[in-house]
Design a protein around this ligand. Structure first.
Ligand code: UTP
Length: 313
């Protein structure tokens, strides 16, 4: 089994336990589109509002009952491991210096999740990163959650729970989260060809980054997946795409072409995906989270209104 057990703490929150309780979080990518911010720090550790992006991802997974979480990491990513360690010295210092109110900011350290880490030793794409989890996952169904994407304001989304339910009820090999995007943006995403309508639909095909005119729909893959371990065999058989990367989308396509069932679950209107992979999306996400901050949001809003010359009533 790759990686080493990390911190394990606290009892599970009641009523949240799912049958699928293992998640793989790929965080090995270089994040070149966010240079220079990502030159010496992982993009997954960039803050959105008060927290690093990957903390929202872990909190979302812990909330729906994930018990074991494997990070697929790479060079320069150790700050992610450090972030999820228990830090008794810091807790002690906050107590001794009378900053007890800040202790709640460290509550995430006590999430009932056991952390594991393995390295993607060559950056051969997202599909390859998932393949690195094979011996850890074994024969269990599992979740994949991209470490650079938050689902829902404050990560308040239960889409993974809905996906796990769909996976179990429909005997699927893959369940993928989708959100509608403007047609001009399909070139950035894996896009579904749905076989049916509705919030949960059967996927007839998925195409990675299609041209605008060739996209079968405007339903874009949204950073969350539930897989049967069959996906590993499909990944092994998936040749690298033009850019030399093994695409997770291509492996899902193989599963479908070989007769496996795959379903899409749409994100709800109140659970947008914040993918911070490029500067524009990162800025937008930060502004939205800052505006939604319970303590500072109102002041930031007034400041922005002043900057933008919005007349005050
Ligand atoms: P991206 O597709 O945004 O790629 O990764 P990237 O390499 O991080 O970023 P750019 O294109 O250089 O700007 C989506 C998620 O998949 C992980 C990333 O860490 C991110 O969380 N990933 C991507 C891997 O773990 N390994 C890879 O080889 C590629």
């Amino acid at each position: 089994m790759p990686g080493a057990p990390g911190s394990e703490a606290g009892p599970a929150a009641p009523g949240l336990i799912m049958d699928i309780d293992i998640a793989v979080v790929p965080v090995a990518g270089l994040g070149t589109r966010l240079l220079p911010a990502t030159k010496s720090q992982p993009k997954e550790m960039l803050p959105v509002g008060r927290k690093p992006v990957v903390q929202y991802v872990v909190e979302e997974l812990a909330r729906v009952g994930v018990k074991q979480l494997l990070f697929v990491t790479g060079p320069g990513k150790t700050s992610i491991e450090n972030h999820f360690d228990l830090n008794p010295e810091l807790i002690q210092t906050l107590r001794e210096t009378g900053k007890e109110e800040l202790l709640q900011e460290l509550a995430f350290e006590r999430a009932a999740v056991q952390f594991f880490y393995t390295r993607q030793r060559q950056l051969l794409g997202l599909g390859h990163a998932v393949l690195c989890a094979r011996s850890f996952v074994g024969r269990r169904p599992f979740i994949v959650a991209l470490g650079d994407s938050i689902i829902g304001m404050h990560a308040e989304s239960d889409v993974v729970r809905r996906m796990a339910r769909c996976f179990l009820e429909r005997d699927a090999l893959a369940v993928v989260a989708f959100e509608e995007v403007p047609r001009d943006e399909v070139v950035h995403y894996g896009i579904a060809a749905p076989r049916s309508a509705g919030d949960v639909f059967e996927i007839g095909d998925v195409v990675e980054k299609p041209a605008r005119e060739e996209a079968p729909s405007t339903l874009a893959i949204a950073a969350r997946y539930v897989f049967s371990p069959e996906i590993f065999d499909a990944l092994e058989r998936t040749p690298p795409s033009k850019g030399g990367e093994i695409q997770l989308t291509d492996a899902i396509r193989t599963l479908i072409q070989e007769g496996g069932r795959a379903y899409g679950v749409r994100l709800k209107a109140d659970e947008p995906r914040y993918d911070i992979g490029n500067i524009d999306a990162y800025f937008r996400a930060f502004v939205e989270f800052a505006l939604a901050d319970s303590r500072h949001g109102a002041a930031i809003r007034r400041h922005l209104e002043t900057l933008l010359h919005v007349p005050h009533p």
